[in-house]
Design a protein around this ligand. Sequence first.
Ligand SMILES: N[C@@H](CCC(=O)N[C@@H](CS)C(=O)NCC(=O)O)C(=O)O
Length: 246
Amino acid sequence: MKLLEFPHSHYCEKARWALDYKGVPFQAVALLPGLHRITVRKYAPDTSVPVLLSDGEGVQGSSEIIDYLDRKFPLHSLTPVDPDQRQACLEIERSMDTRLGENIRRVLYDRLLAYPEFIRHCFTHPMPGVKQFIFRLFYPVLRNKIYQIYVVSPAKVEQSRREFDAAMSELEQTVKQGQYLVGDQFTRADLSVASMLSLLVMPAEHPFPWRGIPDPQTRLFYDAYRDHPVSNWVRKMYREHRLRKG
Ligand SMILES: N[C@@H](CCC(=O)N[C@@H](CS)C(=O)NCC(=O)O)C(=O)O
């Protein structure tokens, strides 16, 4: 199996974590954002990663990949059998992929696009020099595109900050009540929420070699959530459930 991915992406981390958790061997194929479209469109209808290539099939989307893996490898299922728990998991995953995942991406890109070396590291690790060269050449165009697609406007950034914070407060109430978000076992709800917050918490078990945040204002954002109960819960989920290969 191959996983087409951006190594730094939280949605790709979600798919990678599911594969590692189930002990499914796979080869991660890091794509250069921008040029990725050419490769991805060969296998899938949309341009987004992650895409899992398995048995000649392209499975696009982190949730679809978990569905696929749970069907193909039922052992260590991430989806509960109980219909109510299953529904609750899928609802948390769907909602938090947006409320945490999309909002944090907007907040971070808004400031960090101004730091090309930081973005270069995120976008080109672990690629050869030629990809770094292409990145430098196209960054001005790429930066504008990313702003248009993911950041949009200062008003949207403000709204995203508020929505992100509201989601964190809501989750805080849930993690106070028990170790897991649904039932008494690790599920796709836990895996999804922890992955969406991997960009914020940068847990030691996450395979990406993170660099320090270069922007002072973004560092304040990180500081504000450093000791948040949900950040501590993410560290715990990574410590206890993020099995690493090798
Ligand atoms: N709902 C999708 C979201 C994936 C997504 O937004 N991927 C971004 C990277 S973080 C991407 O591939 N963007 C480039 C594109 O869409 O062409 C999932 O869960 O996989």
